[in-house]
Design a protein around this ligand. Structure first.
Ligand code: ADP
Ligand code: MG
Length: 326
């Protein structure tokens, strides 16, 4: 099968009207009235972001979901994406159908479509890149900048399930071995992170600043305070972990440092955001009504950057910052 046949077979069924059936030079998108566009891109490199020999559908789901997480963290709605595929021509025919299947499930769940892309054969490792386009009501993007001294700091989802899922993907095991349910949820957290799409309206209404958690909680919290507005001070005891991750930490020689690992690894793709304390009750109420896991983890205090404190208010030792991609 040549490149055009592969595009026709694997990717054309995923195209939205904007993609012009993947037969033109560009996509055509008419932005909605009174909206700003949000544009983000992420690349996955074989051997760097996923192990060689990985199942195509898993890679596709994770790649699209990491892009979706950026749009969700800004209070936006995803609309469409461009896909760049660079891989060995011999592997394309075998691998791309499952990869396309993963895209299909994910785009159906989150309401976006494929608008175009590029396909290149190479002799080296595979690289997949998605550029996702979304929108947000005019002027309402929730930026990283905007937090104020005294704001509450909130986190969505749990921390560290993705770390355990990543260890499982790389080493095929973790100790102690999780039960079936935990195993499934750790793997799921890594391969299918849950973009925070069910409370963009809350973010737009109440969040003063937000970032998605890709590099590790403290690293991403520091992005919010980068303008030297204060120190995102997080209470260690308030950090949200799943029951399975708690059990894993408790079984380690040093459960506290195991929890620090869970919180600092990154790849969780929840959102860390700030809001004025006067909105605390509303946010709690919405979280309860919509069955969202939103946790109040700290506040912006005088200082700079971010820190985690124990019950006595002592700053805890923490690994430098989260994952740096190069
Ligand atoms: P050009 O050479 O004009 O850049 P191509 O021949 O590379 O265009 O692509 C032809 C059409 O197929 C375009 O509409 C492009 O968006 C689409 N396309 C190519 N590769 C992909 C891909 N991996 N995913 C989605 N669409 C693709
Ligand atoms: Mg062209």
């Amino acid at each position: 099968m040549n490149e055009f046949e592969l595009i026709e077979q694997c990717f054309a069924p995923l195209a939205g009207p904007e993609g012009l059936r993947l037969k033109d030079d560009t996509a055509l998108y008419t932005p909605r009235d009174n909206c700003d566009l949000l544009i983000t891109t992420d690349a996955f490199v074989e051997g760097v972001h996923f192990p060689s020999g990985m199942y195509g559908a898993d890679v596709a789901e994770r790649l699209l979901r990491t892009n979706l997480s950026d749009i969700a963290a800004k209070g936006g709605t995803p609309r469409g994406y461009l896909l760049s595929v660079t891989m060995h021509s011999e592997h394309m025919e075998k691998w791309l159908p499952a990869f396309a299947k993963g895209l299909e499930t994910t785009q159906a769940e989150f309401g976006c479509t494929l608008w175009g892309g590029d396909t290149t054969a190479t002799e080296t490792q595979a690289v997949f890149s998605i550029t996702l386009i979304g929108d947000v009501p005019k002027g309402q993007m929730v930026k990283r900048k905007g937090a104020a001294l005294g704001d509450d700091v909130w986190v969505s989802g749990v921390l560290g399930d993705a770390m355990l899922g990543c260890h499982l993907a790389i080493n095929q095991q973790i100790s102690p071995a999780p039960n079936g349910q935990d195993l499934f949820s750790f793997e799921n957290a890594y391969w299918r992170p849950e973009p925070s799409v069910r409370f963009q309206d809350i973010l737009r209404k109440f969040a003063t600043a937000a970032a998605d958690i890709s590099d590790g909680l403290l690293a991403d919290a520091a992005h919010i305070t980068a303008g030297e507005i204060g120190c995102a001070t997080l209470n260690f005891d308030a950090l949200p972990f799943s029951m399975g991750a708690e059990n894993w930490a408790e079984a380690q020689d040093d459960p506290i440092s195991a929890r620090v690992d869970l919180a600092s690894f990154g790849d969780d793709y929840g959102v860390v955001f700030t809001a004025h304390p006067s909105h605390r009750q509303v946010i709690f109420d919405v979280a309860r009504d919509r069955k969202l896991k939103l946790t109040l983890v700290g506040s912006i205090l005088p200082g700079s950057g971010s820190a985690c404190v124990d019950v006595e208010g002592q700053i805890m030792p923490w690994p430098k910052t989260g994952y740096r991609h190069i």
